[in-house]
Design a protein. Sequence first.
Length: 368
Amino acid sequence: MKVERVTVHKIRLPLKQPFITALNTVDERILLITEVTFQDGKIGWGECSAFDTPWYTEETIDTCLHVLSKYLIPALYELGEFEHPKAIHALFKRYRGHHMAKSAIETAVWDGYAKSLERPLFQVLGGKSGDIEVGTAIGMQSDEEALLQRIQEAVDIGYRRIKLKVKPGEDLEVLETVRSHLPDVPLIVDANSSYTLADSDLLKQMDRYNLLMIEQPLGSRDFVEHAELQKVLDTPICLDESITSFEAAQTAIALKSAQILAVKLSRVGGLAEAIRIHDLCKRNGIEVWAGGMIESGVGKAHNMALATLDGFAYPGDIAASSKYWEKDIITPEIGVQGGKIVLPDQPGIGYEIDMEALKAYSEETLEY
Ligand code: MG
């Protein structure tokens, strides 16, 4: 394989409804969509899912554009011919960090590679079956009634589990209300690092709500305090923000900081690193699931392909296109039926880019 051209589309997608967490409110998404053209004429698509400010990860859309244009894309041209997408993972090791920028190119290369083999990406990654169970995350709502309504809508669509956002002051009461109305819905709570170890007693009270897991209650880079907390909680802890690499996953496993890990492929630098983490967890009896970052259809399609690997034991945060977007940039749009998404049987990510929609959302097109 050899890369001939890289085009970066900077797009602005308005959300249908604002998404509210302990950290921030997201009402629009600025994303970089990468279009990588190969010598054989195949085109691979990737996405940079960083946010426009560093509220969730250190990287932003602007830092990613800088790193892509100044370091990663020149390195790609310098590399010339290569055999397999794993070469890109190795190539980018010369630069530290900047995982989301790396992932934007690395995933596009995997898509192009699968297309050159004329096979669906999920099969190339080692996934067995082309359908996956999915769940959804519901942001904080203005009142109880609105929250129950949103949960009921998600249950009616068939999502296999629901994730609620909590923070200090919006936690036990919320769970009490939800559980009194919906005692059996599989539930996760995500605290997005909003508690401290001093809140252990409060978090321990969550054990009575039959939660599948509590996601990232403590510091966003912490392992030590989560291990302390896990000793007193019956509910499994899931680490999300802390899992930035293979080494981070090793640390979590060695220290027993969590029983479950959320793998966000863009945060760890792409598909090759995400697969390494999956394999490590499988060897160690740790379950994983695919986290979401309010991606467009391109980012979701990569996430879906990853989630077909058999260590992904819990439904991923991979909602239908229509959850966030009036119109997605892929065709057909991603649909959820009976709590499942059936991946297309087409080469690569399996979806076409809706060039008209891409153009309509586009702010800037950069050629390299
Ligand atoms: Mg999370």
